[in-house]
Design a protein around this ligand. Structure first.
Ligand code: ADP
Length: 434
């Protein structure tokens, strides 16, 4: 009788940029031997859920034999975070006869062209029922859930698969942004993981050790450098709910009811913990006393401080505040027990710009004449948001190059044209020199 193969226990590591969205699992030679797999084979990865990935060799410099590197989406699909343990075993895939997808959050127009396009993008990837997958279309990511497959189990889409996309959208309020979406900011992400993710996921550690986790963290730096992005990533990777508050909005739109609104949000965050409350432009809520400080502001600041003081005991609600002007924030907010950790989120340097460019061009069809390293050296002073919009602009420029005459409103774009489109260096230059 054939011996049933033992699953192998491994620890989850971060994926390389080039693997994101490709369902790869990078493992070392020892793990491959144990599992009797070679690159290209498929493994089942089991965390609190189970999904599948394609085996890929680790880089030469990888030293840890028990690490399996998968991207953020795969981590979600298997229900595990970085450093969690998962079990791995070899599986074989069948060809999919039918696959049904449900769009998550986006409303899409489903026609044959669109369905063919999505099918083309997913061809060859192993998928299982319940997985979430993203398809990038000119810089925009559309997320789908695999709502049905036939046969069941791990399947691969090929030319003959009957793919259907539901016109109903499934709405889900959990944020989905993974560490691989952040370019640069290594040190900040690492430190924030310790002070945000750890207490949110393992509050018992802090109770056991008798220490209070930080309940407030202030992120400061120029606009567009990733403060909001970091807050979303922290919420997403710690499986926490995110409660966003916009400083100017809560002061103006809820004028007279600002304090009550703050209390409501904090209560909801506590009731739905683990949670991250993200206060953008916090200087509008808690300005320095010299700066237009009336009775209303005083009461609002006092309320915010009282709410923050009330959080300290558990650690399962964390408040992230963001500001472009740290010097304009009331110093009372920056005392111990309140926003007592601060991170500067600054404009990216050349290497960081390169990483951000890689992220925002990840699924764009970029022509060989574009060298992202060279390009990043020319983008001095660009923020992450600038780079993102540059990539989108370049993509739009390329559309105009291919389709100068087509009326985008009325005519259908033939699928061959869609497939053959590429974004060239000239498109980036055109976009830069607008
Ligand atoms: P801030 O909150 O600092 O004003 P955001 O986080 O809102 O900036 O940035 C806007 C967008 O710019 C983000 O959603 C992201 O797409 C892009 N972006 C900014 N910084 C980065 C970064 N470091 N890496 C990748 N993308 C970035």
């Amino acid at each position: 009788m054939a011996r049933k193969e033992e699953p192998l226990q491994m620890r989850i590591g971060e994926a390389k940029q080039r693997d994101v969205g490709k369902k790869r699992a990078r493992i070392g030679p020892e793990a491959m031997d144990f599992l009797k797999v070679t690159p290209g084979d498929i493994v089942e990865v089991m965390g609190s859920r189970s999904s599948c990935a394609v085996v890929w060799p680790v880089d030469e410099d990888e030293k840890l034999p028990d690490i399996i590197r998968v991207d953020g989406q795969t981590r979600k699909n298997v229900g595990a975070s970085l450093n969690d343990f998962v079990k791995i075993r070899k599986v074989t895939s069948k060809f999919a006869k039918t696959v049904s997808l449900t769009p998550l959050n986006d409303t899409v127009t489903v026609d044959k062209e669109f369905t063919d396009f999505v099918k083309n993008r997913l061809k060859g990837l192993p998928i299982t029922h319940g997985d979430e997958i993203s398809v990038m279309i000119l810089g925009n990511s559309i997320d789908f859930k695999i709502s049905k497959t036939s046969p069941k189990g791990v399947v691969k889409i090929d030319r003959t698969t009957n793919l259907s996309i539901s016109t109903e959208t499934s709405v889900d309020r959990k944020v989905r942004v993974t560490y691989e979406e952040v370019g640069g900011l290594r040190r900040e992400v690492k430190a924030m993981r310790e002070i945000v993710e750890l207490p949110l996921k393992h509050p018992e550690l802090f109770v056991r050790l008798g220490i209070e986790p930080h309940s407030g963290i202030l992120l400061y730096g120029p606009p567009g450098c990733g403060k909001t992005l970091l807050a979303k990533v922290m919420a997403s990777e710690s499986e926490a709910n995110m409660f966003p508050i916009n400083g100017p909005e809560i002061m103006n739109k809820y004028y007279g009811e600002t304090e009550a609104k703050l209390r409501d949000i904090f209560k909801e965050a506590k009731d739905n913990s683990p949670s991250i409350i993200f206060i953008d432009e916090i200087d509008a809520i808690a300005p320095k006393r010299e700066e237009a400080y009336g009775d209303v502001e005083k009461r609002v600041v006092a309320q915010l401080l009282a709410l923050m003081d009330g959080l300290n005991d558990r650690g399962n609600v964390i408040v992230l505040g963001a500001t472009n002007r740290p010097d304009s924030v009331d110093p009372a907010l920056r005392r111990p027990g309140r926003f007592d950790r601060e991170f500067e989120i600054s404009v990216p340097n050349e290497d960081e710009r390169f990483e951000i460019l890689e992220i925002h061009t990840r699924s764009m069809p970029i022509s060989d004449d574009v060298d992202l390293k060279d390009l990043s050296s020319e983008l001095h002073g660009y923020t992450g948001a600038d780079i993102k919009s540059l990539c989108r602009e370049a993509a739009l420029k390329s559309i105009r190059r291919y389709l100068p005459e087509i009326d985008l409103e009325t005519e259908k774009i033939p699928s061959e044209v869609l497939q053959s489109m590429q974004i060239k260096l000239i498109d980036f230059y055109d976009a830069m020199h607008e």
